[in-house]
Design a protein around this ligand. Structure first.
Ligand SMILES: [Zn+2]
Length: 301
């Protein structure tokens, strides 16, 4: 019996099979290109807005649309979201933010801190927001914002199982939440765990353009600056309020200086969360803390 290989080249069956093989090779090359991540440019910034504040719709939305900026809104039904529709978004407004192209992220139903004692409740808390999203035609969130910026290491496998690719924390534990006025480090892909992405800045009421610049100027050499905002203005959470005037100034700075402004989910374009993660989540955090302690002791001398 003749095999495929001792048939003459001109045999049309061989040519057909050779064509199929060539197509398969080309398909593999192309699909590999599709999943490969892009190099991280300098001046890459992620904008995030927490706590479902009404001004996200009335003030932030039109300004971001005018500038063509991406952003993530971390939605919770906590605080008095249900009763107080003067201060908090409606689900119709949240659905509109999605339709406008912004990302709707998960911030738990009750704004529940992901502390050790709350670990068992995370799944239900996350599911409640996912169910609301489904109800309003919003895709299942792929990123998470830790409420109150609190986290326990045990939350990571739970968030991974729930299908999150990235989760954003605050500037702590490297910086103090209360004493350091919202300072933080930029995200270092590979060194920071994708489910513990730090905020380079967490805007506070007394922030000036210099505080904002300190955060965004870290977006270089492969690092990405994640910014955390609350309401603009924020009547219900005055400790994280940003004035309209200041916010306009910050956004203008990003525009004039040609920053690339994206949502958290868009990190997947530049970072492969399955590949780029450390063996130990504490290594980079300890390193930064040691560096800060060194700088402090040098300044005290
Ligand atoms: Zn929050």
């Amino acid at each position: 019996m003749k095999t495929l290989f001792n048939e003459p080249l001109k045999n049309s069956r061989f040519k057909f099979l050779r064509g199929i093989l060539l197509c398969a090779v080309l398909f593999c090359i192309t699909s590999e290109r599709l999943v490969a991540v892009e190099p991280i440019p300098d001046k890459l910034v992620v904008l995030t807005f927490d706590d479902s504040v009404k001004s996200h719709y009335t003030v932030v939305r039109p300004l971001l649309m005018e500038h063509g900026f991406g952003a993530t809104f971390y939605i919770t039904e906590g605080f008095d979201f249900t009763e107080n529709k003067k201060s908090y978004l409606t689900w119709e407004e949240i659905a509109q933010l999605h339709k406008d192209g912004f990302e709707i992220g998960n911030h738990t139903r009750d704004h529940m801190g992901c502390t050790k004692e709350n670990l068992e409740k995370i799944e239900d808390q996350v599911e409640a927001i996912n169910a609301r999203c489904a109800e309003y035609g919003i895709p299942k969130p792929t990123t998470f914002g830790y409420p109150g910026n609190a986290f326990d290491e045990g939350a990571l496998p739970i968030l991974a199982k729930a299908g999150f690719q990235f989760a954003r924390r605050g500037g702590s534990p490297e910086y103090s939440y209360s004493k350091d006025r919202g300072k933080g480090f930029a995200y270092e892909p590979g060194n920071d765990h994708p489910l513990l992405v730090p905020s380079a800045g967490d805007a506070r009421p007394d922030w000036t353009l210099d505080d904002f610049k300190r955060a965004v100027h870290q977006a270089k050499e492969g690092n990405i600056a994640i910014l955390q905002f609350h309401g603009v203005p924020d009547i219900e959470h005055p400790w994280v309020h940003t004035s309209v005037e200041r916010f306009e100034e910050f956004m203008q700075y990003l525009k004039e200086n040609e920053y690339t402004v994206i949502a958290m989910r868009d990190l997947a374009k530049y970072v492969d969360p399955a590949e780029q993660k450390p063996d130990d989540i504490w290594t980079v955090i300890s390193k930064r803390k040691a560096k800060l302690a060194e700088e402090k002791s040098a300044a005290d001398e």
